[in-house]
Design a protein around this ligand. Structure first.
Ligand code: NAD
Length: 255
């Protein structure tokens, strides 16, 4: 499938997990891809890495400008960088709230703000086509998960932002959607499992709690993101696509 041929994509948090799977899939489908990450590390070719901290506006502006220059523009933006937080509303102090909201919510705002002029140019230069933004949100935005107050609030804001941004930019030819992953088998979840007394038993128990009996793969989330970014989704904007093994639709809890 070369449905993204000639398109230029920026993926934040693209050095690991969902972001890396997305960057690879977009490239496989023909896009030129720039990965923005705290630590891009050794990326598989043809992915190009740019160091950026989405919690730092200067860093984001510099990296988006460098990526746009290297790619010759930006048609697709995947706002995927994010961090987790556990606990009830009483368990996280103000500094933790500020930190997670800074990365998960303002990170989306900063990268979008820096990329918007490029996305507008993309839409104007390709009559009839749309530029696209896809945000990595979470089932936590809508599910009422226990022990995830701060993380859920951050992803609830990403969901609301997705809808507001979709409304603001639809007439400019920029579509905005998000994916709501469930429990995805990424290094992030691996780190949580590794912290358990018996990681293998914890993994088996976590898998058994999923409606499908297994974790979601990063590639499955990447496929949803690639679809929402692609011309095949030209009439889709302001939506959240669940990739959660049925967790939300079936009203089941992951923990
Ligand atoms: P991951 O930890 O494997 O990868 C996250 C990447 O983001 C890393 O490469 C990291 O360096 C980068 N990153 C973190 N903070 C950053 C910052 N300030 N600036 C730039 N880059 C930064 O995580 P993942 O599981 O692939 O998660 C990716 C996204 O998916 C996150 O937004 C997360 O909230 C969301 N998500 C994950 C799951 C899951 O179960 N794994 C479920 C729902 C939503």
């Amino acid at each position: 499938m070369n449905d993204l041929q000639g398109l230029r994509a920026v993926v934040t948090g693209g050095a690991s997990g969902i972001g890396l799977a997305t960057a690879r899939l977009l490239a496989e489908r023909g896009a030129e891809v720039a990965v923005l990450d705290l630590d891009p590390g050794e990326l598989p070719p043809p992915l190009r890495g740019f160091t950026a901290d989405v919690a730092d506006d200067d860093s984001v502006r510099t990296a988006v400008a460098a990526a746009a220059e290297a790619l010759g523009g930006i048609d697709l933006l995947v706002n995927n960088a994010g961090i987790g937080a556990a606990g009830t509303v009483a368990d996280n102090d103000d500094a933790q709230w500020h930190r997670v909201l800074d990365v998960n919510v303002l990170g989306v705002v900063r990268t979008t703000r820096a990329a918007l002029p490029h996305l507008r140019r993309s839409a104007l230069s390709r009559p009839g086509a749309t530029a696209a933004i896809v945000n990595t949100c979470s089932i936590a935005a809508t599910a009422g998960l226990p022990q995830r107050a701060l993380y859920s609030a951050s992803k609830g804001a990403v969901l609301s932002l997705t809808l507001a941004m979709a409304a603001d930019h639809v007439r400019e030819g920029i579509r905005v959607n998000c994916v709501n992953p469930g429990t995805v088998d990424t290094p992030w979840v691996g780190r949580l499992l590794d912290a358990a007394d018996d990681p293998a038993a914890e993994r088996a128990a976590l898998s058994a709690r999923q409606p499908t009996g297994r974790l979601v793969s990063a590639e499955e989330v990447a496929a949803a993101i690639a679809h929402l970014a692609s011309p095949a989704a030209a009439s889709t904007t302001g939506t959240a696509l669940a990739v959660d093994g049925g967790m939300h639709g079936l009203r089941l809890r992951p923990v």
